[in-house]
Design a binder for this molecule. Structure first.
Ligand SMILES: Nc1ncnc2c1ncn2[C@@H]1O[C@H](COP(=O)(O)OP(=O)(O)OP(=O)(O)O)[C@@H](O)[C@H]1O
Length: 313
């Protein structure tokens, strides 16, 4: 899809977060216009929140699951899409039985509606499928087809939370760019910051995303979270034209690991735990995000020209 060459790869990125960052030489050769398509058409009320982070293991799935569940517990109509296709684990984290996955959707064997699994507190889950090689190898056309399938939902939810894959591959960018809000999860590791920066840069330069919500996960001391955010904000402020919105921290909490072992969300199983309180605060904060950054969005052009894959993809 995009042929950009990103300077912010590999070792160069690490310098950005060291004491004396060197200016980036911008060598992007393909600057894609911000003509993106929302996952759910603007005429409907759904607000889409992509949970991303760049680096694997920072807690994207954990945040997506617990944020979605906390919102559902607060009475909101929420759907959770596991977009980490092929290695998806939202269904495992929530102990759900999945018979079908997006592969069946792409093969025309079912509709998106048929994939919806009811979870606790009215949360609806669309599983991404796991251990299926061809799902992990889905191309842009297939990802676009999944996004397009949301057009046909009989009853679009109030909120759609999207758990994206790790890395900065096109599929992550597509789901994030097609969302109203992007929530970036970081943790106290250099690679987490560099990968988050790389993802923000790609989304800003190539897809025109300008606003990012940042949450620090697995924080052991309260002050660490703000420092983490400030490091990221400093580098972004220096090199990118983006607005970062600090959402606070989610503590490292053994109850959360215990909840995953019990195949449940910590907000549901141990609602008074520190982690659960953090997720509930985050869920409340969503209401303060204001209007989507692109309220009059007509981003249809983004996926045009990409054929919807037929059976046998
Ligand atoms: N706040 C937390 N406290 C304690 N453990 C946590 C916390 N957040 C996440 N974890 C643990 O970290 C591990 C990785 O979390 P998770 O699978 O959500 O990360 P991810 O970013 O989605 O990873 P991947 O990209 O590989 O799918 C899990 O074992 C999870 O239980």
């Amino acid at each position: 899809m995009n042929k950009a060459v990103h300077m912010n790869q590999a070792a160069g990125l690490h310098n950005l977060f060291s004491a004396a960052p060197t200016p980036l030489e911008e060598v992007d050769v393909f600057h894609q216009a911000a003509s993106l398509r929302p996952i759910v058409p603007r005429t409907r009320i759904t607000r889409t929140i992509a949970v991303a982070g760049g680096k694997g293991g920072v807690g994207k799935t954990t945040v997506a699951v617990n944020l979605a569940m906390a919102m559902a517990m607060a009475g909101r109509d929420v759907m959770l899409l596991d977009a980490d296709m092929g290695v998806a684990n939202v269904d495992v984290q929530l102990g759900l039985n999945t018979m079908r996955h997006v592969g069946h959707l792409l093969e025309g064997q079912c509709t998106l509606q048929d994939l919806i699994i009811p979870a606790q507190h009215g949360l609806k889950v669309i599983p991404g499928g796991s251990g299926i090689r061809r799902l992990a190898k889905m191309g842009n056309g297939e990802h676009a087809a999944v996004i397009r399938a949301f057009d046909d939902l009989i009853q679009p939810p109030e909120f759609l939370v999207v758990d994206t894959a790790a890395g900065v591959a096109d599929n992550v960018a597509m789901f994030a760019a097609a969302s109203d809000d992007v929530l970036i999860v970081v943790c106290d590791e250099l690679a987490s910051l560099t990968d988050a920066y790389a993802l923000i840069k790609i989304l800003a330069h190539d897809f025109g995303v300008r606003r990012f919500h940042i949450v620090a996960n697995m924080v052991r001391q309260a002050g660490d979270a703000k420092k983490l955010y400030e490091k990221l904000a400093r580098v972004c402020g220096r090199f990118l034209d983006v607005a970062l919105d600090y959402m606070g921290m989610l503590p490292y909490d053994e109850w959360l690991r215990q909840a995953i072992r019990r195949q449940g969300a910590v907000v549901d199983l141990w609602p008074s735990s520190r982690a659960a309180m953090g997720f509930k605060q985050l869920a409340c904060a969503v209401d303060t995000w204001g209007k989507p950054a692109y309220p009059d969005l007509g981003r249809i052009a983004f996926f045009s020209g990409q054929s919807v894959p037929a059976a046998g993809w």
